[in-house]
Design a protein around this ligand. Structure first.
Ligand code: MN
Ligand code: MN
Length: 290
């Protein structure tokens, strides 16, 4: 069994991307198991060629490092704080953090550390509850906590589930529901998003359940009538160059490996798309302002 992401062979000091696993699922509301997500995503990375033809990037040439998993506490507030500390350290060294979940609540800590100009989240759920099951840091509250942390420029993409209160709150944000994507197509929506976030620093969070559960069923809270893996790949390709923090969360590997396989390829797409743009523009992460 392989415990680190394939081709993550750069030494730590020179790495420009840092993979961190957060095997945490204590506030999971329906089906537990996302704590096994990071391992499953890494395992599936050995299935792929190191070369990504679309970007013309060979991952063996990209300086990225897998820092393995943190050992999370049990309480969500503590885990969020732990993630915030780790991510602060990573960005302090001018590296891009790539976080593998674990449940979605871990994103709150990463966003607090990075303080992006825009938070873009792909998720079946609005995650706008003020609190859930006695915790304001439950995974059903992630986007609301991001908003409360001062990052009010929020785009939600692919949502199709929430309470009436959440739908009401969502009117204050920019939301492209799953139906909007079905009607307009992802390319048209990405055009609108790109205009909005032009040259801004983005945090990009992908909750695996944004993808239709009939395609990737390894999910803690599955929802049908979602987006396709190709839709999310387009989002990543388009937005990666201006993304300063990335996570892929809520993979619960109880299926035949489809969900972790897609997640693994999305991580590779993110790295290759970001790296390709960097090579083209000649910039380094050192010139990116956190
Ligand atoms: Mn979520
Ligand atoms: Mn979700």
């Amino acid at each position: 069994m392989n415990h680190l992401f394939a081709n993550a062979s750069s030494d730590k000091a020179n790495a420009q991307y840092m993979i961190i696993g957060i095997p945490y699922d204590a506030t999971t509301s329906f089906r537990p198991g996302t704590r096994f997500g990071p391992l499953a995503i890494r395992e599936m990375s050995y299935n792929f060629e190191s070369y990504l033809p679309f970007q013309d990037v060979d991952l063996r040439d990209v300086p990225f490092y897998d820092a393995s998993d943190i050992e999370p506490s049990c309480l969500p507030d503590s885990v969020i704080h732990e993630v915030e500390i780790v991510v602060t350290e990573v960005i302090g060294k001018n590296k891009i953090p790539i976080i593998l979940g674990g449940e979605h609540s871990i994103t709150i800590g990463a966003v607090r550390a990075i303080k992006p100009e825009w938070y873009i989240v792909c998720d079946a759920h609005l995650d706008l509850r003020d609190q859930y099951r006695d915790s304001p840091n439950n995974h059903a509250c992630t986007t609301r906590r991001v908003f409360d942390s001062g990052v009010e420029n929020i785009i939600i993409l692919g949502a199709r589930s929430g309470t009436p209160n959440e739908y009401e709150f969502a009117k204050r944000l920019c939301v492209y529901y799953a139906n909007d994507v079905h009607e307009r197509g992802i390319a048209d929506i990405l055009k609108a998003i790109s205009k909005k976030v032009f040259e801004k620093r983005i945090y990009l969070s992908i909750d695996a359940d944004v993808i239709d559960c009939c395609l990737t069923p390894g999910l803690g809270t599955p929802e049908p009538f979602g987006l396709t893996p190709a839709d999310i790949r387009e989002v990543i390709r388009k937005l990666a160059p201006q993304t300063v923090g990335f996570d892929y969360v809520e993979v619960c590997p109880i299926d035949s490996g489809q969900t972790a396989t897609v997640a693994s390829q999305m991580v590779r797409e993110f790295i290759a798309s970001h790296w390709k743009e960097k090579k083209k523009s000649g910039t380094t992460t050192n010139s990116m302002k956190y």
